[in-house]
Design a binder for this molecule. Structure first.
Ligand code: HEC
Ligand code: HEC
Length: 311
């Protein structure tokens, strides 16, 4: 009796030591995951509408829980973000890490269905395995919100998932980002953060009539983009882009949302800055270094009216 009791005690002790160990390893992964989740703006599309129960912020964070339901207006109709809190019935609580990775890397959902590229998996497909695993670890620590998804209101035929097979064949490339050693570590880190994580191109690159990014016009602006946002040319073109911005001007924008003209950024960029403001100075510097190096593209359109300039 005495022996078996101490044996059970030992088992419990070993068990809790193992748990403590796993927990220590996880804590680092969860912290990294939170950092990336913020920089990738997952909450801005997946956060519920303000004022509704799912719009409540999670404790200890100013970010809304990603319980979905937000309407995303596109030329192809209105799409609604799904619940990605760990609720097992309505969210992704029952998803394995592998299934989560398939959604981000391949744009394929849990039932094998093609996901609509309103979900910018076209950028997230470039995330490393480790970064995806850490984001998964973080999301699984969020409170579960038991709210069902709302259906998309896409215009036919754009709501037909099966047709995405053609779109994917034409436009989807999930090749990883190549390291260019000659460019140095800041540039390479910036390239990764700008493309895979913060997906700046998804708003700042113009799209063709099928909604795919026009490669070759990268970062040259998208007027009247999703949610009727006017994302300006952010290439270093001096007249129609931001060629007169220094590296520290860009760092300042990503940290505080303030432009060199002392305007506060508005529209969809506000949520982006909410994420980039939480990055390290080193990571903001890396992004600014990379953005300074992209090819300048001259745009023949009059510059859009920006929310930040409407005062
Ligand atoms: C621009 C808006 C937007 C952003 C940013 C965004 N998502 Fe989504 N996400 C969507 C939409 C819309 C869907 C639904 C796609 C569909 O129905 O095919 C979706 C689908 C998903 C799914 C599949 C869920 C399901 O039930 O099938 C996962 C997982 C997901 N997103 C995770 C993320 C993560 C993690 C991030 C940040 C790294 C993120 N999303 C950023 C809009 C977004
Ligand atoms: C959700 C869409 C979206 C994403 C993603 C996005 N932007 Fe923006 N960005 C905008 C919009 C819209 C504006 C115009 C803001 C305004 O009207 O005040 C803007 C403005 C800017 C400006 C100001 C340019 C000027 O001429 O004043 C810069 C610089 C910028 N974005 C850089 C970035 C970078 C870097 C990223 C990636 C970290 C990024 N943006 C991601 C939508 C986006």
């Amino acid at each position: 009796m005495g022996i078996s009791r101490s044996f059970v005690g030992l088992l419990i002790m070993v068990g809790s030591l193992a748990a403590a160990h796993a927990h220590a390893a996880d804590a680092e992964s969860i912290a990294r995951g939170k950092y990336l989740y913020q920089a990738a703006d997952c909450y801005s599309c997946h956060g519920g509408p303000r004022g509704s129960p799912n719009g409540a912020a999670s404790s200890g964070s100013s970010l809304k829980l990603p319980s979905g339901g937000l309407g995303l207006e596109t030329p192809f109709g209105m799409f609604r973000s799904p619940n990605i809190t760990p609720d097992r019935q309505y969210g992704i609580g029952a998803w394995s890490e592998a299934e989560f990775k398939t959604a981000l890397r391949d744009g394929i959902g849990r039932d094998g269905e093609y996901l609509f590229p309103v979900f910018p998996y076209t950028s997230f497909s470039k995330l490393t395995d480790r970064d995806i695993a850490d984001m998964y670890a973080y999301i699984m620590t969020l409170p579960a919100v038991p709210l069902p998804n709302k259906p998309h209101e896409a215009k036919p035929p754009f709501g037909w998932r099966s047709l995405l097979i053609f779109w994917r064949a034409l436009f989807f490339d999930n090749a990883p980002i190549q390291i260019e050693p000659a460019r140095g570590s800041d540039w390479n880190r910036g390239n990764y953060l700008v493309h895979a994580v913060a997906h700046c191109e998804e708003c700042h690159t113009p799209r063709n009539f099928l909604g795919a990014l026009i490669t070759g016009r990268s970062f040259s602006g998208n007027i009247g983009g999703p949610d009727k946002q006017n994302a300006p040319n952010i290439t270093p073109d001096v007249r129609t882009g931001i060629g007169d911005w220094s590296i520290s001007d860009m760092e300042q924008l990503l940290k505080t949302g303030m432009t060199p003209e002392a305007d506060i950024i508005g529209s969809g960029m506000k949520a982006v800055v909410q994420g980039t403001s939480k990055l390290s100075d080193a990571d903001r510097h890396a992004m600014a270094v990379y953005l300074k190096s992209i090819p300048a593209i001259h745009v023949d359109l009059p510059p859009p009216k920006l929310a930040s300039q409407s005062k």
